[in-house]
Ligand binder design. Structure first.
Ligand code: URA
Length: 177
């Protein structure tokens, strides 16, 4: 599950998150690390576009809280990727932690308990920051690569604990005599 800040103009018109220029960069970067957009769930902290694209206010974040909490509770994501400061601060607050800022937190892997769920949280920069500052694109790629790595290792863990016992081969019977 990826969490952004708030819809931009294009997202507001289309009713879908990250479908504008920053969204195209996010989709391309996800795909480049082996995470097709169809394999992830993307949403925002705030569900309506704040006027003039300003940062959402505390009361707007609070008004949208039940929606994002419900999304998390319904999806039960094993990994949450926060995009930028607003989403990072929201998730850290829900884990009872103070937000160190995106520069310090990005690319790190945090094991949090959020809404009674064990969740791996990996903060990264907001794709709009990478769009307007190309030198930051590597950071986004690196962090999403880390997400793919962690997801693969979680999936390997699930396979190891849920796979059916190996079918017996003739050798098993021979060994037993
Ligand atoms: N920026 C966001 O934070 N969310 C979107 O959906 C689009 C741009």
């Amino acid at each position: 599950m990826l969490i952004g800040e708030a819809p931009g103009a294009t997202e507001d018109e289309m009713g879908r998150p990250f479908v504008g220029a920053a969204g195209r960069l996010l989709t391309m970067t996800l795909e480049s690390v082996g995470l097709p957009r169809s394999s992830v769930y993307i949403t925002n902290v705030v569900k309506c576009r704040p006027p003039n694209n300003r940062e959402p206010r505390e009361e707007e974040i609070e008004a949208c809280r039940p929606f994002l909490e419900s999304q998390i509770l319904l999806l039960k994501p094993r990994i949450i990727v926060t995009l930028g400061n607003v989403a990072g601060r929201w998730i850290f607050a829900h884990a009872g932690r103070s937000w160190p800022g995106v520069t310090k937190a990005r690319g790190k892997v945090y094991n949090f308990r959020i809404l009674d769920l064990d969740v791996v949280v990996i903060p990264t920069i907001h794709p709009a920051a990478a769009l307007y500052n190309p030198s930051m694109r590597n950071a986004l790629v690196e962090d999403l690569r880390k997400v793919k790595e962690v997801l693969d290792s979680l999936n390997r863990g699930v396979e190891a604990t849920t796979s059916a016992p190996r079918a017996r081969s003739l050798l098993d019977y021979v060994k037993r005599g």
